[in-house]
Every structure is written in C-alpha cells, then in structure tokens.
Design a protein around this ligand. Structure first.
Ligand SMILES: Cc1cc2nc3c(=O)[nH]c(=O)nc-3n(C[C@H](O)[C@H](O)[C@H](O)COP(=O)(O)OP(=O)(O)OC[C@H]3O[C@@H](n4cnc5c(N)ncnc54)[C@H](O)[C@@H]3O)c2cc1C
Ligand SMILES: *[C@@H]1O[C@H](CO)[C@@H](O)[C@H](O)[C@H]1NC(C)=O
Length: 454
C-alpha cells in the first residue's frame, strides 16, 4: 500500500471509529482533536443499533463492548403527571429481529473504549489541535492548527461535529477557477437549523424510583423526556427536549444559570412513573444544554482532498438514537471505497481526480439514507412531543392499543437497520442475522452485497 495518509479532524466517536476502520484497512492516519483531554464523564447515553454492533464485531471490540453495555428490555411511555400511556418489550425485541441487541452505553465509556483500543493511540491522536486552515496542492494537503503546528497528509476526513470548521472550509474552497469566481463573496454554508433545545446528562441512581432495564419516555405538548437506568454503573441518564418558540440557526453556548432556569421550567414534569425531573436534576453529575440542530449539509460533502462524515455532514434529533449510528455507517462506506481505490493501484498514490471520484460515490451512496434518518428522527421527536392534535390523540389512544412501539420497530427501524452496511474486508466473528435478515458481504476476491432473504 502506498504512503497514503488520512488526517482525521475530530476525535469524537465517529472520528475514533474511523481510526479503527482505517487501521484494519491498512491505511495510515492521524487524528487531530481540539480538546485538551477526553472528558469521560461527559455525555448522556448512546445506543448502537445492531447494524453497527456488527461493525464493532468486525473491529474486534464487541467482547469488551458487551461488558460496558447497559441492558434494556422495555420502553415505558408516560404523561407529564406520571400516568402510563404504554409499555412494551420493544428493546428486547431488537435482538430477536436482528440477532445482535440494541446496545446502550454511557457515552464516555464508549468513547473511552474506542480511544483505549485504538492501536498506537498515543502517537496517532493529537489533542489540543484546533484545525483552522487547510492548504491543498497536487501532492496532498497541509492543515494548520491554532498553535501554529502543521500536519501533512493525502486527504482530510472532517469529523468535527455539527459546528464543523471543515464544512465551512469546503464551502469556501474554490471549486471553480478563482478567475471565474465573483471576488466579493465569502461563501459560508448556512448553519443547521434547530427547532428544539435539549438538556441532557446523567444523575446518581435513585433506588426505587425506576425500574431497572426500562427506558422511560415522557410525552407532552411540545416537550419530551427520555430516561434510562444503568444497573451496573448506578447511574441514570436523562435527556429533555423542548420546542423553541421559533426555529433558530443561532450558535449559542448556554450558561449554567440558563440551564438551571430551563430545568426549573420542567421541574414538575415526571421523568418516570414516580419521579419528577426536579428530583432527577438535583442529583445530576453532569449535564449540558444545547440547541438540537437538524439537517443534512446542503453544501457538498467534499472538495479537493477533503471529505466530511458524522454530525459535520448530517445531524439529527437524538430521540431515535440514530445520529452516531448514521455517522458510523458513513465512515464504513467511505473506508470501504477508499480501501478499494488503494488496493487497486498499490504502487502509486491516487491523484486528486481518483480521490474525488471516491468522495462523490460515497456522498451519492450516503446522502439519501442520511436524509431519511434525519426525517425519521424528526418524527421520533415530534410525535411524543405532540406537535399537533393528531399526534396527541393517536399517541395516547391509538398507538397503545395496536402495540405502536413494536410496529414502529418492526416496520420502520428494522428496515433501516437491515440496510446497514458492514466493512467489506473484515470478517464478522459473531455473525447473526436474526429473523429480519441482514445485508451480507462475502469476503473473498469478490464482494457480494445483498439482503439475506427472510
Ligand atoms: C442527548 C443525546 C443523546 C444521543 N444519543 C444517541 C444515541 O443513542 N445513538 C446515536 O447514534 N446517537 C446519539 N446521539 C447523537 C451522537 O451523539 C452524535 O451523532 C455523535 O456524537 C456525532 O459524533 P461526531 O464524532 O460526528 O461528532 P462530535 O461528537 O461532535 O465530535 C466532534 C469532535 O471534533 C472536535 N472538533 C471540532 N472542531 C474541531 C477543530 N476545528 N479541530 C479539531 N477538532 C475539532 C470536537 O472537539 C469533538 O471532539 C445523541 C446526541 C445527544 C445530544
Ligand atoms: C456548537 O456550538 C455551540 C455554540 O458555541 C455550543 O453550545 C455547542 O455545544 C456546540 N456543539 C458541539 C457538538 O460542539
């Protein structure tokens, strides 16, 4: 393989998964991360759906992931006064359908697993590196960080989150010769729009206030809570979302007093059947308030040796637990294609044209499923937050009678998960196909992708 090197910008979960995929693909890389440290206490919980559990298996991380997983079986939907709307074994059913379970982690523990198990992580991950600018030439790219250090490689993978600097730099790259461009415009992609604001984090476990293995969801007008209990770690995880009076594209860092005021406005709303949010928030060990952006980057995902993935390219509401899953899928598709390009011509570095071909094919494959996940996640926010009277009625009186959560799992989520793509060059040691069937990749001289018939 040539001395091809990827500069990964951002060591969020998607950047770290990219590191693992590149390692297995035999592609050299380094990761530049803005933060000085990994804050392993940060974040609420993060779920992986079974299509990405398959990827963990391929990366050799599944055994350890199983020890960190917080097991859930049931979902309980309640009203703001704590009265129950419905209860189902939806989360246990995921495993029957797909073979692998729905795996929920403390976000910090998942990030820690990905960081710790990355080979040569101490020399490959560089913290305190705020990427500020990029120079491209015929041979490769050079990025410059805020501390004036430079890093050189063959391409950049921008996985720097929703406020992506790389997305901004792509949009301002000259895609047409400078001479043909109007000189007085500095194109900037519009930031993504938020219709909801969220407060999320984790609290100390409160004995007796919640049933273990249950994921609670509060349904109310223009707001929703999700709360889960972590038996092995004695924590519970919470996320509250409230509709904004007007959608905004503002980028705002909420202060602690804004956060506390927001929490106070939700204090009497039940987070579980017997517990109000006041009691939960009083025991918070970490929390964060942020706008919840939604959308797929309208500007191209790539230009001149630079390509985006993760929240930088596609951002969604968290209710369905799809954001990171979508990001991992993007990385899998990109690394599959990049690896094929490199193995085809092992003796020469691919030029910019060949790389752009891969980036365009990748974007063409991922844009549509990403947009569908954004839409599905939008509904998963708006239905329990009773965006209109129809939802308010259907959600309380129709769905519980027809097993709504199970139907949504079987006919909506299961269809998305089934289309998930694994890496096409690594075996699945714990291959499972469940009752729903999965896409398979036969690893050989030839790659065959298809859906196993049910
Ligand atoms: C409450 C909540 C619950 C969620 N639950 C789930 C779930 O259950 N399942 C799921 O799939 N998804 C979930 N998500 C979504 C998921 O967290 C995101 O999709 C995921 O974190 C995206 O990862 P990322 O690596 O693309 O971006 P990020 O996690 O935002 O990481 C980007 C990284 O890039 C770094 N960076 C930024 N700018 C620069 C720069 N200029 N130079 C260098 N580094 C830079 C940042 O410091 C950061 O470390 C949830 C989100 C929230 C808010
Ligand atoms: C994006 O920027 C806003 C405003 O600076 C901040 O509050 C938010 O936490 C950032 N999001 C991420 C994921 O870094």
């Amino acid at each position: 393989m040539p001395a091809f090197k990827v500069i990964v910008v951002g060591a969020g979960p998607v950047g770290l998964v990219a590191g693992h995929c590149l390692t297995h693909a035999g592609i050299e890389f380094e990761i530049l991360e803005r933060r000085d440290d990994f804050d392993l206490n940060a974040g609420a919980s993060t779920a992986l759906w079974p299509d990405n559990v398959r990827v963990l298996d391929q990366l050799g991380l599944l055994d350890e992931a199983r020890t960190l997983r917080i097991p859930y079986h049931s979902k309980i939907c309640i009203r703001s006064d704590g009265s129950q709307i419905s209860r189902s074994r939806m989360l246990a059913a995921v495993e029957e359908l797909h073979g692998h379970p729905w795996m929920l982690f403390h976000r910090g523990e998942l990030v820690d697993l990905l960081r710790r198990r990355l080979p040569e992580s101490s020399t490959r991950i560089h913290t305190g590196k705020v990427v500020q600018s990029i120079q491209t030439n015929d041979k490769g790219i050079t990025v410059t960080c805020a501390d004036d250090t430079t890093h050189t490689g063959s391409m950049i993978l921008g996985v720097d989150g929703v406020n992506s600097t790389i997305r901004r730099l792509i949009a301002s790259q000259p895609t047409v010769p400078a001479a043909q461009k109007p000189s007085n415009t500095t194109p900037r992609p519009p930031p993504m729009k938020s219709s909801y604001v969220g407060l999320y984090g984790h609290s100390a476990y409160i004995p007796g206030a919640m049933e273990e293995g249950c994921f609670y969801e509060t349904h109310a007008r223009d707001m929703t809570f999700q709360v889960g209990v972590a038996a092995p770690t004695d924590k519970c995880y919470f996320a509250c979302f409230k509709r904004l009076p007007h959608p905004t594209t503002a980028q705002h860092t909420f202060t602690d007093s804004e956060k506390d005021a927001f929490a106070a406005s939700l204090a009497d709303v039940h987070a579980t059947t017997s517990l109000t949010f006041r009691e939960l928030y009083a025991r918070a060990q970490w929390s964060h308030m942020a706008y919840i952006e939604e959308g797929v980057a309208t500007s191209p995902w790539s230009s001149d040796r630079i390509v985006l993935a993760g929240d930088a390219a596609h951002k969604m509401t968290p209710n369905a637990g799809l954001g990171l899953n979508c990001g991992i899928q993007s990385v899998v598709v990109l690394v599959n294609q990049l690896r094929w390009l490199l193995v085809q011509k092992p003796d020469s570095e691919p030029g910019e044209e060949a790389l752009m071909g891969v980036f365009r094919a990748y974007e063409a494959e991922r844009r549509k499923p990403a947009a569908e996940m954004v839409k599905l996640s939008a509904t998963a926010m708006r239905a329990p937050a009773w965006r209109n009277r129809v939802w308010r009625f259907v959600d309380q009186y129709v769905l519980p009678r027809i097993g709504g959560d199970m139907l949504v799992l079987r006919y909506v989520f299961a269809m998305v998960v089934r289309e998930g793509v694994p890496l096409d060059f690594l075996e699945e040691r714990a291959f499972k196909e469940g009752t729903n069937g999965v896409r398979v990749v036969l690893i050989n001289e030839f790659t065959v992708t298809g859906v196993v018939p049910v």
